[in-house]
Design a binder for this molecule. Structure first.
Ligand code: PLP
Length: 427
């Protein structure tokens, strides 16, 4: 028995499913999750001493690789002078300044502790600011596990939301309307009926939780127009895309303005963090200056702020993004070539250093296209790659991420593994 197997067996006694977040349990690919003992640069080492090139990057935050020096130093420095005070700090002011300088449309920002908190709070704020109760989200977009957001579409365009999870009251879910990502007409049809009751549209500007689906030309612009016409707010959930797809996030890449933006992942440098912000006119509805309540014992935590500031300051060097884009393109071209050589139907998507891998021909425009790909092949490929020291996301519905620590050696290692894995699949 491997140490990971032992730990997984033990973990399942005390932790539901043996994990503290479901996707880590490998349920959609089968097998035993690797328990990670340490990580450095682009590499993970598991509890059995096996090494893997990491394409998860802690689900996004590790854009500069594990233990990147400025972040490590900032955490160690802060740990020596206090890890939480429950009172304001200069670090929070610096973080707020930096976020507002970098992210178009942010005039004020509030820190919290996770992406889930950020989206929950942004929705409450949107509802409080507009005096409306309904929200519109897109099927296949994930915005954390807040009750109102654990809802998917029923059949038909104008169906009230159906909870995806027991424990979400139907009376609450009915305020969540659901449309089809990249299908503007589906959102327009909902607005035609509910427009004056919709507080906000919340959308991942690049969908990263149904693998990696870029927005179709005109989609985000169309959502902006719908909000403008109806007095609704547009919320870009940039928890994943913020400082990932470009130095100004997806807002910078696509040039569409949102009223509220949620952030997380990268801005904490790997420590627990979230943030939401937007126009001052909207943000001024928040307590203590406005009536919409939102709070947090550890919000603006000094360790998270120190780590986040360190990573964001390092990312001020925008050439990092050019290198990340180029390395990601090289990886994906190599994977495509390897798949083609083995005669495997395969396609990829890329936005900056976010990517998607699909066992199908594409194009990939939304959840239906992703679901139509060969999931069994993905599972086998995942394990073939894992056995060869490459750690991909353990689900066909998750995006992959590169870091600045992925260099020619890591790409070569990955492509060697891929050639062998595609050949094994074809055999
Ligand atoms: N929003 C998006 C787009 C996400 O990808 C995630 C997490 O993956 C969240 C929100 C929730 O963030 P957290 O897991 O930090 O609560």
């Amino acid at each position: 028995m491997t140490r990971s197997e032992e730990l997984f067996q033990h973990a399942q006694v005390r932790i539901p499913g043996g994990v503290n977040s479901p996707v880590r349990a490998f349920r959609s690919v089968g097998g035993t999750p690797r328990f990670i003992a340490s990580a450095t640069g682009a590499w993970l080492t598991d509890a059995d001493g096996r090494r893997y090139v990491d394409y998860i990057g802690s689900w996004g935050p590790m854009i500069l690789g594990h233990q990147c020096e400025p972040v490590r130093e900032a955490i160690l420095r802060q740990a020596q002078i206090g890890v939480s005070y429950g009172a304001p700090t200069e670090l929070e002011v610096q973080m707020a300044d930096l976020l507002c300088e970098r992210v178009p449309g942010l005039e004020m920002v509030r820190m919290c502790n996770s992406g889930t908190e950020a989206t929950m709070s942004a929705l409450r704020l949107a509802r409080g600011a507009t005096g409306r109760d309904h929200i519109l989200k897109f099927e296949g977009c994930y915005h954390g596990h807040g009750d109102a957001l654990l809802v998917k579409a029923g059949s038909g365009l104008l169906t009230f939301g159906v909870p995806t999870s027991p424990g979400v009251p139907a009376d609450l879910a009915k305020y969540t309307l659901t449309a089809t990502y990249n299908d503007l007409a589906s959102a327009q049809a909902i607005f035609a009926e509910y427009g004056d009751r919709i507080a906000a549209i919340i959308v991942e500007p690049v969908a990263g939780n149904m693998n990696c689906v870029p927005p179709a030309p005109g989609f985000l612009e169309g959502l902006r127009q719908l909000c403008d016409d109806s007095g609704s707010l547009l919320i870009f959930d940039e928890v994943m895309t913020g400082f990932r797809v470009g130095p100004r996030g997806a807002t910078g890449v696509y040039g569409v303005r949102a009223d509220l933006i949620t952030l997380g992942k990268i801005i904490g440098g790997g420590l627990p963090v979230g943030a939401f912000g937007g126009a001052a006119t909207v943000m001024r509805h928040l307590a203590p200056i406005g009536p919409v309540y939102q709070a947090g014992t550890l919000s603006g935590n000094p360790l998270a702020m120190a780590a986040g500031l360190a990573i964001l300051r390092a990312l001020a060097d925008e050439t990092i993004y050019q290198r990340l884009d180029a390395t990601t393109a090289t990886l994906l071209a190599g994977l495509q070539q390897a798949a083609d050589a083995a005669g495997i139907a395969f396609t990829t998507t890329q936005v900056g250093s976010m990517f998607g891998l699909y066992f199908g021909h594409g194009p990939i425009r939304g959840l239906a296209d992703v679901s139509a790909c060969d999931q069994d092949r993905f599972k086998r490929f995942f394990h073939l790659m894992l056995d060869r020291g490459v750690y991909l996301a353990p689900s066909a519905y998750e995006a992959g991420f590169l870091s600045a620590a992925h260099g020619p050696d890591e790409i070569a290692h990955t492509l060697d593994a891929a050639r062998a894995s595609f050949a094994a699949l074809a055999a």
